[in-house]
Design a protein around this ligand. Sequence first.
Ligand code: ZN
Length: 428
Amino acid sequence: MKILCEVQVLNRTTQANRTPRAVKSTLAIGYKQSARDSNGNTKKELEMVLFTPQVKAGTRYKVRDNIHCVHTKFVLDGKATIGFKQPAENLLIKCDPIQLKGFLQTLKLGMEGKDAINLRLNIANTTAIPQKAQPQLRMTINKRSEYPVKGFPRTLKSLTINNIQLMKLSFEICTLRNLTTLDVSGNKLVKIPTELGRLPLTSLHLSGNALGELNDWCWLRGSKLSQSLCELDLSANGLSYFPPPLVRFESLVTLNLNHNKLRHLPFAIRRLQKLRSLHVSSNKLESLPAAIEDLHIDLLDVWGNCFKGFNVEAAQTQVQRTAATHTPTPLWLQAARVVSAHKLPYSTSTLPAILIELISEAPKCLCGKLCYALESRDLLKRVTQPKFTNIKNLTYSREHQIYSDVIICGPNCCAYPQLKALFNILIS
Ligand SMILES: [Zn+2]
C-alpha cells in the first residue's frame, strides 16, 4: 500500500530534524521477497519505504521487531507518528485521515504476520506516487544561460530578469496573461513593446535601463496597465521629462523616478490621487508644481536636485503680462470650472472625454480655478514655498529651499493682489 502524505523525520537520539519541516512524500508498506535460504524456503520481509524529494530512491525501514512506537491519537485529524528502533527515527505523518487510517491498519496486519491485500506490493521495486506538477508561478533569471529557450510557462505570475544585458523585451512576455509582477531592472532596454500595456500588471520595475533614449511611451497608453499598476520604478533611465501618459495611472501608489534628468514635474500629476510615495531624488528639478500639495503623499524624496531661489525677474515680468491680458473665458472652460469647483460627479457617459481630461489634469490657480491654454507667461516659476502639510516623510537637501511653481488665472483673480504685493516686497 502506498499513500501520499507529508512527513517530517525526527531522530530520537540527536533530537535533530532530518527534514526541517514536513515535506511531500510517499510512504509505502509491503513484503520484500528474499532469496531462498539453504532449506529452500523464501522469507518474506516486511518493509516500509519513505520517498521524499530529497531521497528519491527511498529510505527503507524494517518493520518486524523494529517498531518503537505508533502514535494514533490524532489519526482523525490526519496525523500519526511511527517510530522505528533502527534507525532511531520517528516519522511524523500528515495525511488524509481515511488514507492514514487504512495505512495504519495495514501496518497492524503486517505486524501480526497476516497476509492482507494491501500488503501485496512488491516493495523491492516500488516507486513514489507521481505528484501532479505544480503550475510554475515565479521565475528569476540572473544569467543569460538561465533564459528559457523553450519559452516561458504560461502560468507565471511573477517574472524577474535582472542584469543580463537584455536589449529587447520579447513579445512572448507581453502575452503572459497571468503576470502581475515584472522586474527587468538593470538591462539595456530602450523601448517597451506597446503590447505590455495590455497586461494587468500591478508592479513593474524598469530601473537601470535606457528608456530616456527613445522616449517611446506608447506602451503607457495601454488601458489595462494604466488601470492596474500600483508600483512603477523608472529610476536611472536617463529621462529628461516626465512621461506624459503616466498622469493617467490613477492606481499608482509608488512611483520611483530617482536618478534621472527631470527638470519639472507636470501640474497634471494631481491626477495621481492614490500616490503615497514619490521618489524624485537626484534629478535636476528647479521647482515642484504647486499641484503636489493637492496629492496625499506620505513620502516625498526630492534630495539632490537643483532647487533655485525665488525667481524675481521672471515673477515681475509675468505679473505685468498677466495684468495686461484680458481675454473672455470660453463657455466650455466656465462649465469645467463649475464642475470642478462644486466637485460635481461626472463620468465618461455624462461628459465628453476632453472635458474630463481638462477637469482632472489642467493646472489650478492659487484661487482653485481651473486654467487652460496656458502659455509660459501664465506660469509663475518658483514663486512660493510649498507647505507640505500632508507629507509625513520629506527628504531634501538642507542647503536648498524647495520652491513651487504656481498658476494665476488672470488679473481678476482674488489671489492676484496678494501675490503682487508679495512680489513688490521681494523685488524692492
Ligand atoms: Zn485665480
